[in-house]
Ligand binder design. Structure first.
Ligand code: 5AD
Ligand code: SF4
Length: 466
């Protein structure tokens, strides 16, 4: 597989020669999770090496790439809407249209594309992302439609070019795929089984980022705390750093990196060594994203989450006891098949008890091919929406309360840049991921500085630099 990268570099050069002197532009549309955003940075990296430069204007683009998501249905609607919109550019100036990402692993979607949107040039999946240069070259030269989807679990490919969106914070994938098969979730079917990157490759990438001035790293994976587990269980060569806890401690030693985050861990795999590693590692942010999904033990069982309400709450208590001032964020799905009013009240109960700093809320979305899609007791849309609104109300009131706790405290802020709405204001984030706006000069950008919080708003806090 690693050989493939060499071949792709040759295709990059070939396309670059064809494009030379033409001032061609690209645009990438990303739907979905941070892993997809990270993949999009790789798509951008490859396109730039092929001689395309970035544009924000769709009408200027000579190549439009879509990086799709299939976790919920609304992503599909978004893609089809956008594809309708780009047809005119294909017709008027021959814009290349490349569609990639998880949704392309679903056969019925590719069929629909061929039938209703046959003007695309390339379809590729997460397992063939690295072959984009070859696919684009063939689409240009042969003027034929390319479908490049692999059903098997692709190997982890190292060494792809990457064009990072931010200058001070970066995401680094540490593993890919999922073995859990939560009954609502399509991810294991499209991203395949868990496979981890070698620790030496991860550490080398982070050291390189540190040398370039990056301060904050977010480690990515569908299930970060089972890092290297499949490899350990299958007797594969893992190297010495063969668990998530060991990896965290190693990354904590990297000079120049000042903040480490990770998403997402699974509560069932949140072992004591991980808690200990977070406690000992001063750079790990003390906000933990711990997906709850539901607060009802019955629903959790039907979701195949492998923990109960009580076990989740015990885990939260254990983490709180061990790590002073830790806070949590979470993912919650409302309206899973069979969810009763009492089940939903259990979810609200957990939300009240944990007091999450941030909740990502989702209305259950039926996904073809998952066990939950075949369950008979689907919840009517209006009940799903009514529960969503009740949960949102509770979550908003907690955010409001929690924001007040920051007033008159001094927070360490990684200054990310100027505020988009006010030239004189800078913006950054606390360790707990809250946005803070404050007055300051641009020499502070990229630094971690102390800011006193003076006022709270729903979406951000206001402060004064110390
Ligand atoms: N419907 C709604 N939300 C879902 N998620 C995953 N699958 C579905 C689905 N079918 C949510 C989960 C997961 C997050 C990334 O997306 O909460 O943690
Ligand atoms: Fe989907 Fe569950 Fe795997 Fe997360 S752990 S990716 S929700 S199957």
């Amino acid at each position: 597989m690693q050989e493939d990268i060499k071949i792709q570099k040759e295709y990059i050069n070939k396309v670059q020669k064809i494009n030379e002197g033409k001032n061609l532009k690209y645009i990438v549309y990303t739907m979905g999770c941070q892993l997809n955003e990270n993949d999009s940075e790789k798509i951008s990296g490859m396109l730039e090496q092929m001689g395309y430069s970035k544009t924000e204007k769709i009408e200027e683009a000579n190549i439009i790439a879509f990086n799709t998501c299939c976790v919920r249905e609304n992503a599909e609607d978004k893609l089809f809407g956008k594809l309708g919109e780009v047809k005119k550019y294909k017709e008027s100036k021959g814009t290349i249209i490349a569609i990639g990402g998880c949704m392309m692993q679903e056969k019925h979607i590719v069929e629909k594309l061929k039938k209703s949107y046959p003007y695309f040039d390339v379809v590729f999946g997460p397992h063939t992302l690295h072959k984009l240069p070859e696919d684009i070259y063939k689409a240009i030269i042969n003027k034929q439609r390319i479908e490049d989807i692999l059903d098997i679990d692709g190997e982890v490919i190292e060494g792809l070019p990457i064009k990072r969106e931010d200058k001070y914070k970066a995401s680094v994938a540490i593993m890919n795929g999922c073995n859990n098969f939560c009954t609502y979730c399509i991810v294991p079917y499209v991203r395949g089984r868990e496979r981890s990157r070698k620790a030496e490759d991860i550490i080398a990438e982070i050291k390189c980022l540190a040398n370039k001035g990056y301060k904050e790293i977010t480690l990515l994976g569908q299930n970060v705390n089972s890092y290297m587990r499949s490899e350990r269980e299958n007797g594969k060569e893992t190297g010495e750093i063969n668990s998530f806890a060991k990896l965290l401690k190693e990354i904590n030693k990297i000079e120049g990196i000042e903040r480490i985050r990770f998403i997402s861990p699974h509560p069932k795999d949140f072992t004591d060594d991980v808690i200990q590693a977070i406690k000992e590692s001063e750079k790990i942010c003390k906000i933990i994203h711990l997906p709850l999904q539901s607060g009802s033990s019955n629903i959790l069982k039907a979701m195949n989450r492998k923990y109960t309400k009580e076990q989740y709450l015990e885990l939260v208590s254990k983490i709180k006891e061990n790590i002073p001032n830790v806070v949590f964020s979470t993912d919650i799905i409302v309206g899973f098949p069979g969810e009763t009013e009492q089940d939903f009240v259990d979810t609200l109960d957990v939300v009240k008890k944990v007091n999450f700093e941030q909740i990502f809320m989702f209305i259950y979305s039926r996904r073809v091919g998952t066990p939950a899609d075949k369950m008979e007791n689907q919840i009517p849309e209006e009940i799903k929406h009514e529960r969503f609104n009740r949960l949102k109300e509770l979550a908003d009131s907690q955010v409001e309360q929690n924001n007040k706790k920051y007033i008159n405290t001094e927070q360490k802020i990684l200054v990310e840049g100027k505020s988009k709405t006010n030239e004189n204001m800078l913006t950054g984030r606390t360790d707990t991921n809250k946005v803070v706006n404050f007055e300051g000069t641009s020499d502070l950008i990229g630094k971690i500085i102390n800011v006193k919080i003076i006022k709270d708003h729903i979406w951000y806090l206001e402060g004064i630099a110390k």
